[in-house]
Design a protein around this ligand. Structure first.
Ligand code: ZN
Ligand code: ZN
Length: 163
């Protein structure tokens, strides 16, 4: 293999890594090279055949089926719900406010329009973290300065006054 061929191979690998949405490389009709046109759309440079990567497929499906949810879009396009979720997270998919295109909260299964959790579960998650923070702070208090101060207040004033 010549060094030029090796360079091309490396470049191909790099491009494959960048493109994570199953970009069509060759025309399904004539085998020509597919040229990127934008928003997930590709066109054959030989015959003009249009094809789409996963992002383009999902986007087209949503545009035609405004009431569809992620599971339906996944079934119709063959793109995994995980990939659709990623697109939503990256905000590559724009969802109209009146659209019912939704995902399921990973905790309670409620309908959500983006991300991984519904707002309730997200708040609950933060409350848990706050409760844990509170407990560990209380823990420090018990063995730290405040215990001595409390002892002093309960017992003799002398303890705190001497401080
Ligand atoms: Zn073609
Ligand atoms: Zn939830």
């Amino acid at each position: 293999m010549s060094s030029r061929e090796e360079r091309i191979e490396t470049l191909k690998k790099e491009l494959t890594n960048i493109t994570t949405y199953n970009r069509p490389t060759y025309c399904a009709e004539c085998g020509g090279v597919m040229v990127f046109k934008g928003v997930g759309e590709y066109q054959c440079e030989n015959c003009g055949f249009l094809d789409y990567d996963d992002y383009g497929k999902v986007r087209n499906y949503i545009e035609k089926h405004m009431g569809a949810n992620a599971a339906e879009a996944s079934k119709a396009t063959g793109v995994s719900q995980k990939a659709i979720r990623e697109m939503l997270k990256e905000a590559r998919l724009e969802i109209a406010p009146n659209s019912t295109f939704f995902l399921r909260c990973e905790i309670c299964g409620a309908a959500i329009r983006w991300g991984r959790f519904c707002s309730k579960c997200e708040v609950a998650h933060h409350r848990d973290l706050e409760e844990m923070a509170r407990k560990s702070r209380h823990h420090d208090d018990t063995f730290g300065y405040s215990t001595e101060r409390r002892k002093g207040e309960d017992g003799s004033k002398r303890f705190t006054r001497e401080q």
